[in-house]
Design a protein around this ligand. Sequence first.
Ligand code: GLA
Length: 388
Amino acid sequence: METIEQNRTEGFERVFGAQPSLRVSAAGRINLIGEHVDYCGGKVFPASLNLNCTVYARPNGTDVINVYADDLDENAPLTIGKIADYKHIKWGKYQAGVAYVLQQKGVPLIGCDLYYSCTVPFGSGLSSSAAIEVATAVTLCELTDTPYDLKELAVLSQKAENEYCGVNCGIMDQFASAMGKKDKAILLDCKTLDYEYIPFELGGCELIVANCNKPHALVESKYNERRAEVEEALKKLQTVCKNVTCLAEITPEMFENAKHVLSGKIRDRAEHVVYECARVQEAAKALKAGDIERLASLINASHDSLSKLYEVTGREPDALAYLAREQEGCLGSRMIGAGFGGCTISIVKKECAEAFKAKVGAAYEKQIGYAASFYDTSIEDGVTVRRL
Ligand code: GLA
């Protein structure tokens, strides 16, 4: 650990010619269940990971925010007076978006040097972009001694991603990154932002995170397409479910009585959301009661619904989840995040974990033609701040 820290601070000194005065990190996340329901006002069940985005920072006395990525070896200089103008840059866009929304909120911005080390793999569905946004928001507030509320910074980070970066995501990722707690899952109501921490205890099992490594998954356009489809479904359902304001308010019973107003894919999409919301409630009960088999069977049902009704999996995530379920000691497996590629989580008996990784890895590579990755994960605090 210490050598990682030393390499990064030496990297900072090499790039910026000085020592950092602050270190902030914000986490990537998994989601136990509640997929593609955050933007429908549903409950989600994420937890923040040891994989994170760490920023080393110092004020630099100029009017420029430098954002340097150690893996890309690239710096983007963002001039504070022109912070609205960086929407189309590749690296630095998320940071510019966060700086922009903070500035609009009246948070003072100062010139600074920011050095990013991110261990959340990009494009993995573990929400590297939310980790960058939340780490940036906390860093910019800390550097000007501006008091902040992490929940509010999560909302501002989502706003940056929606309005500045053009990605129409829900609140789950930023909230989990900002509000995560060691060894806890967060049961978050995305409509009210009320939340509850539930101990992440899987009894004799462990959670295994695997990446299907699908290259160039077309996530954004498909994601926005699903959002439009569920909005259409809601409008139609509101003609019979009069007082409903979001799909998550529709119970399975209400849906069964009202679904005749929907057809085809639109009906499938709504069915996923309605039943997924019901599964989240059940899963929270199961985790609280230590009923891991029940939790895992709900996780399986979630994946099947994401695959058949919501159609956000594809060949690779399906292969990874279904091969996982065939292994000894695996109670359940599903894709997480936006889908179309990215990661799965599997609940596996501790004594079977090593064999599980080896067998799933081999079977996946045989079937798909390239390897999956397995990560050593633990549930850690979402944000950590340290003055150096
Ligand atoms: C992405 C989005 C989240 C959420 C998930 C799907 O991670 O950023 O807001 O919609 O997909 O559950």
